[in-house]
Write a protein that binds this ligand. Structure first.
Ligand code: NAD
Length: 252
């Protein structure tokens, strides 16, 4: 796909990886639909997209809310004259052990802790992917969807909820590549390792230091390195149904 003047929606683009991908795609000439819960952060992303030489519109939307997602994707197609790309990037962490026995007491991951992550990181990806596909089919020009998975999809300590969701979005990308090919729509996933964003900055420093020691590249990745992979997947018309791992060689 030639990215010049194409419309790409990015969820969770108010900061972190989403913002880096928005700016990278803007440099290639793509117009960006910025989706997030935080208007101020989205305004800053829009400013950076414009500074990179393109244009953006912002859409306040909770990706876990069906009605909001339906309205948002219909509005993007009508405001921006179509939809060619979607990056399902919005995500949250609510880490904890499934059960933890300490001092004679067994603590549990709560159902709310499980459900919150599933709602945003799994159901949100389904809803946005579905609505984006509808708009891409109506537009008749094909398209490309990228789900942001994670190295944690293999199963990670303290992340029952997150790992389950990230395995799910990787599987959805493969499923959509098969189902949507007939409409000229490709789907892929990116599984980042540990990348320096606000999300990882919220992790305990001791845990981060320990993780970095185990990364063959000997450092965390940068948001720009993930954005490079997103540009590649959108641009290359023979990439579909694959999970691209960008993790400095780390294996969990
Ligand atoms: P981040 O926390 O910095 O940014 C996430 C963005 O998503 C925020 O702007 C937030 O407002 C938005 N968001 C959260 N819930 C939302 C909702 N319900 N609706 C709309 N927007 C919502 O995170 P990040 O590090 O940039 O991560 C982006 C994605 O990459 C996430 O899916 C994350 O799981 C994944 N990921 C990150 C890393 C990493 O090391 N940073 C590694 C692997 C995967």
């Amino acid at each position: 796909m030639k990215l010049k003047d194409k419309v790409v929606a990015i969820t969770g683009a108010g900061q972190g990886l989403g913002r880096a991908m928005a700016v990278h795609l803007a440099k290639e000439g793509a117009r960006i639909a910025v989706i997030d819960l935080n208007q101020e952060h989205m305004d800053e992303t829009k400013r950076q997209v414009e500074a990179a030489g393109s244009s953006a519109r912002t859409y306040l939307c909770n990706v876990a809310n069906e009605e909001q997602v339906e309205q948002t994707f219909a509005a993007i197609a009508s405001d921006m004259g179509g939809l060619h790309g979607l990056i399902n990037n919005a995500g949250i962490l609510r880490d904890g052990l499934m059960v933890k026995a300490k001092d004679g007491e067994v603590k549990k991951m709560t159902l709310a802790q499980w459900q919150m992550v599933i709602d945003v990181n799994l159901t949100g990806v389904f809803l946005c992917g579905r609505e984006a596909a509808v708009q891409m089919i109506n537009g008749g020009e094909g398209g490309c969807i990228i789900n942001i998975s994670s190295i944690a999809r293999a199963g990670n300590f303290g992340q029952t909820n997150y790992s389950a969701a990230k395995a799910g979005v990787a599987a959805m990308a493969v499923t959509w590549a098969k189902e949507l090919a007939r409409y000229g729509i490709r789907a892929n996933a990116i599984a980042p390792g540990f990348i320096a964003t606000e999300m990882t900055a919220s992790m305990p420093p001791e845990a981060l230091e320990k993780i970095c020691k185990g990364i063959p590249a000997n450092r965390m990745g940068t948001p720009d390195e993930i954005a490079d992979a997103a540009v590649f997947l959108l641009a290359n018309d023979y990439m579909s149904g694959r999970i691209v791992e960008v993790d400095g060689g780390l294996r969990l």
